[in-house]
Design a protein around this ligand. Structure first.
Ligand SMILES: Nc1nc2c(ncn2[C@@H]2O[C@H](COP(=O)(O)OP(=O)(O)OP(=O)(O)O)[C@@H](O)[C@H]2O)c(=O)[nH]1
Ligand SMILES: [Mg+2]
Length: 195
């Protein structure tokens, strides 16, 4: 699949702001700064579709993108950003719960983890949560340009173990910087949308 068209459709913080459920949605989740917005820009081929920042906590809303006039990619707010206030953290939980627990057209959530680090407690918690809702199965290790081929193989084992991924689950290595690995991910997304 090639993404030929993509546009921001809606920005939401609560369910009554979500778009209708007429199209399937694939969401991206992960820690703040892991590279969700960068991945979105990479796969859509648009440099400035989603805002990227070196300071974590940039995306604090649920952003719905209309893709190829046929499905949506949803950029979820990142977690694990220590500097946000308690109020914001509570909000985050409510916002995520509201979306993930009650969205019939949501078919998969792609979990992003930083290839350089051991998955955090929150990464593990998030993946458990996705498993509970049957939305798990695809993980993207971001910033793959930062490690050697040897380290990559180790990272794969480490991430799969930590998240408790099964053999059927898929892990993709992507570098937004080097523009690599996204085609495989897009192929998988295409398969999921066809199911
Ligand atoms: N080297 C490298 N840096 C990356 C890559 N992807 C993202 N980054 C950098 O990581 C930082 C965070 O990227 P974002 O895409 O804004 O991350 P995010 O997950 O959307 O962050 P929040 O919106 O805060 O949740 C930026 O400085 C990016 O340039 C990558 O593949 N390689
Ligand atoms: Mg972002």
């Amino acid at each position: 699949m090639k993404i030929v068209k993509s546009d921001l459709l809606t920005v939401a913080v609560k369910p009554d702001q979500y778009p209708d459920i007429s199209e399937k949605e694939i969401a991206f989740t992960g820690r703040s700064n892991v590279g969700k917005s960068s991945l979105l820009n990479l796969i859509t081929g648009r440099k400035k579709l989603a805002r990227i920042s070196s300071s974590p906590g940039k995306t604090r809303t649920i952003n719905f993108y209309e893709v190829n006039d046929s499905f949506r990619i949803v950029d979820l707010p990142g977690y694990g950003y220590a500097k946000v206030s308690k109020g914001v953290t509570d909000n985050w939980g409510e916002m995520m719960e509201a979306y993930l627990s009650n969205r019939p057209n949501l078919v998969k959530v792609v979990q992003l983890v930083d290839i350089r680090h051991e998955p955090t407690a929150q990464d593990i918690q998030m993946y458990d949560y996705l498993r509970y809702y049957g939305l798990d199965g695809i993980v993207v290790a971001t910033k793959a340009d930062k490690v050697s081929a040897n380290e990559k193989a180790k990272a794969k084992k480490r991430i799969m173990n930590a998240l408790g991924m099964s053999k059927e689950d898929k892990i993709f290595f992507v570098s937004a910087l080097k523009r690599k690995g996204h085609e495989e991910l897009l192929e998988e997304i295409e398969k999921i949308l066809e199911e």
